[in-house]
Design a protein around this ligand. Structure first.
Ligand SMILES: [Ca+2]
Ligand SMILES: [Ca+2]
Length: 274
């Protein structure tokens, strides 16, 4: 009898734990509240040729350089938003390189710009933010660099590692060096009483920052990196968008298997086909 009572108590306790587990899971899923996939993923990852800077890039948050005008555009896709029905918030990105830096520019349409974080390594991904995830070592997609930058130009940088299907978040203490970053904003950030036009973020990342994960640094003509460009939704009516679709059922960017393929070329930008 005592044994039966003890078993009953254990079952009750186990039942309580199970109920609590379900509640925690449901709360967690609701808290995430990430939009679900509305488009079928493509069969192949996209490719991009990064060409050489010719005239020079001023990292000032403006896209008016001849080299940027001549660089091929990347148009982000919206796997988790029905942009046939809602006003699309375009992002156009471009990449170039020289002997010292990888340059990226993001041109973002955004009617409700939100960015308040100014502390380095803050949670910029909760605001209007663009990102680059990259590894120069295409043979090992379990590690890559993350640069997540809000519309104010605040940078969260890290190296992320995957172990046994889980992503380790301990790499935030890693700091990039010598990065130049600038933004321009056309609108009134953090004021949703009017409509903003958008913002531009321009970044130069010295190649040396990519030296820890294998691959050749600096890259040479023909080298291929795996890389993705992302945009987070911000606080008001935002859209998650991305260069290379991550195949994820809910908005999510940490899927290196689907990063795009980026080829470094010695060809000068503006010379020949984009
Ligand atoms: Ca510029
Ligand atoms: Ca960091």
């Amino acid at each position: 009898m005592a044994k039966l009572k003890e078993m009953g108590r254990i079952l009750l306790r186990t039942g309580h734990i199970f109920v609590w587990y379900c509640l925690v899971c449901a709360t967690w899923a609701a808290a995430l509240d990430l939009p679900q996939r509305v488009q079928a993923p493509p069969a192949e990852v996209p490719q991009y040729t990064v060409k050489r800077v010719v005239h020079g890039i001023a990292v000032d948050g403006r896209a008016d350089e001849t080299d940027w005008r001549n660089a091929a555009p990347i148009h982000f896709t919206f796997p988790w938003n029905d942009v046939e029905r809602e006003a699309v918030q375009h992002t156009v990105a471009k990449m170039l390189w020289d002997e010292k830096n990888l340059f990226i520019i993001y041109i973002c349409d955004d009617p409700y710009i939100n960015a308040e974080i100014v502390d380095h390594d803050g949670a910029t991904f909760n605001e209007d933010t663009v990102e680059v995830f990259a590894t120069p070592n295409p043979d090992d997609l379990s590690k890559y660099y993350g640069y997540e930058m809000n519309a104010l130009g605040t940078l969260l940088d890290y190296i992320t590692f995957w172990r046994g299907g889980a992503r380790m978040s301990g790499g935030r203490g890693w700091q990039s060096e010598g990065v130049q970053l600038a933004t321009t904003i056309d609108g009134t950030p953090n004021d949703d009483s009017d409509l903003d036009k958008g913002w531009i973020l321009e970044i130069a990342i010295p190649h040396d920052n990519f030296r820890h994960l294998g691959g050749r640094i600096p890259p040479r003509d023909g080298d291929m990196w795996r890389l993705n460009l992302n945009r987070c939704a911000g606080k008001t009516k935002g859209q998650y968008s991305v260069w290379s679709d991550t195949h994820a059922p809910r908005a999510s960017f940490h899927h290196a298997l689907y990063f795009g393929k980026v080829f470094f070329s010695d060809r000068p930008v503006g010379n020949g086909a984009k």
